[in-house]
Write a protein that binds this ligand. Sequence first.
Ligand SMILES: [Zn+2]
Length: 309
Amino acid sequence: MMARFAPALAAVSPALRATIAPLISQHDFAGWLSAAQVKQLMQANDLDEDALCLTLLPLSAAYAVTPLSHFNVGAIARGISGNLYFGANMEFVAAPLQQTVHAEQSAIAHAWLRDEKRLRALTVNYTPCGHCRQFMNELNSGTDLIICLPERAAATLASYLPDAFGPRDLAIHSLLLDEIDHAFAVAAWLDHGLSAASPDDDDPLVSAALAAASRSHAPYSQSHSGVALQAQDGRIYAGRYAENAAFNPSLPPLQTALILMNAAGVYNQQITRAVLAERQNASITQWPATNATLAALGCHEVHHLSLSL
Ligand SMILES: [Zn+2]
């Protein structure tokens, strides 16, 4: 983990390095800082939260996986809990560009998967692209979200996305990061000619995919879905689908699972098996894209589970 951070750490002040290094070098550091840790860093370095987040951006950008662009973007989602969540862009060789994850999406999904209830602000090292501005407009913080960039005054999402189109224009009132649990149940396996047997219903990978689908955000299509990935060390990372009012900026469940895995410092080529759980008879499916992207990452044991209410 420390090797990833070495260039970024070398660039920060010795005082900050002395206070942040013990936190990020812990073996279980997973790309986020608790409110207590944030307070400690602010006090030790005499920085306010805006300044601290700007200083931490290179550490967040150190998570970038950019084999195509080599352009590393780091973002930090700042929750109402006071916790900070790192995010970075991720690209996948041999998969379509539509599978790419932007840093802002990464930080936001990271906060959501750790059950943050609302975001106050987001700090990012480059100006957010149009895709991300639309993605952020799905949040329950709405256009009040504060965007912070280096060498620029903080401004609301409203100023970055004037005349916005969003969930409320479609009479949708369940927003991204709102607490929700659809409590889906296993309906059937839809495994597609796999040589490996379908997992048992009490397999933790199945439970994780089911729980993720139950808490996914799909108010437009009602096609809820979740993905659980098992890494070589046995640990499980589950991701929820995050749908968007403008459809295209929607973030598939595989991507949010990969965000969590990357934040934990586990490379995305280390997936041994995966489960995609989707609502039965849904109008859209994540299956072809999930399967193809996992194949590009070298994972060929992907199970497909159908869910009912
Ligand atoms: Zn973007």
